[in-house]
Design a protein around this ligand. Sequence first.
Ligand code: SF4
Length: 171
Amino acid sequence: MDAVIEKKIAIGISACQFGGKVRYNGKGQDVTRLLGRERSDFIWHPLCPEVMAGMGVPRVPVSLRGGNGDDFWAGKAEVKSREGENLGEWMRSGCGACLDSLKRAGVKAFVFMEGSPSCGVYRTSLKNKRLGHPPGIFGSLLLREGFFLIPAADLQSPIRWWDWRRCRLAN
Ligand code: SF4
């Protein structure tokens, strides 16, 4: 028999996957609507590290140079706009503020947007077979802090989502 959720689970999510039109190009989608009534079993905490960093919408896309998100936090890689502006300080502040917010709310799971140099965990490029050099800057923090991580794309597959949900409830 299916497990019954008695208490709502707090769960973080990349804001651009919760309907927020906060991507660099002003786009976003709501993957949670695919959950139907189950959506209300959770308390959602949408956030965008790039917007929290002070970058607006639309904005010039950012990219990691010289390494991945882990390297960035170790001071060995840089994050720059396409125009070459160094956005390291901004991203440190934005990611730190997002992490503080999740911790304050007792959030332990996060639905992340794969392919982003910020929120990506296992890929940092959306271009076909280019997998980039993961994790992204915020993804690195989420991994380090031991968050239960769910790719946003998996909410589009009932079977995959059920599997994630079962694992989450077992933790
Ligand atoms: S992937 Fe993350 S940083 Fe990029 S728009 Fe979505 S929430 Fe913001």
